[in-house]
Write a protein that binds this ligand. Structure first.
Ligand code: FES
Length: 152
């Protein structure tokens, strides 16, 4: 795990155990991910062990322990997208970017994530890259999106 010495502002929290999830969300929003130093500070603030904090935080997919990638890729695995090839898109992306879903590419450029419905089922299958929805994709079309990005 990666650490940083950035100090979290936890003044707005009372320090009770039930603050744990809101504090973790605050840490991730502030720092981009849950750092080792953040876990130490949280442990002191609400007086539970760092192991307990990791135990809780790793249970929730929303928390990450590595710096986020430059670009966030969401592959829709909702029913409409799944039926129209979402899984093939997912596998193809993992292969092309050499990273698994839930991981960041080694160069730190992309995060990969599978998500439930992105809310535009009529355009299925879709992949969202940052704020842009790429619709009615095929493996080839998706490949081109990244090839063009590499060229620019
Ligand atoms: S299932 Fe993919 S956008 Fe709804």
């Amino acid at each position: 795990m990666t650490g940083t010495a950035v100090t979290l502002d936890l003044d707005g929290f009372t320090g009770i155990r039930s603050d744990l999830i809101p504090i973790l969300q605050h840490a991730q929003d502030s720092l981009g991910y849950i750092t080792e130093e953040a876990v130490r500070q949280i442990s002191q603030k609400i007086r539970i062990t760092e192991n307990e904090i990791y135990g809780v935080a790793t249970f929730y997919a929303q928390f990450r322990f590595e710096p986020p990638g430059e670009h966030h890729i969401q592959v829709c695995m909702g029913t409409a997208c799944h039926v129209k090839g979402g899984q093939q898109l997912s596998v193809s992306l993992e292969y092309q970017l050499d990273a698994k879903m839930g991981e960041t590419t080694l160069d730190g450029k992309y995060d990969l994530e599978q998500v439930a419905c992105l809310g535009c089922c009529a355009l299925a299958p879709v992949v969202k890259i940052d704020e842009t929805i790429h619709s009615q994709l095929t493996v080839l079309k998706l490949r081109k999106v990244f090839d063009e990005d590499e060229e620019s």
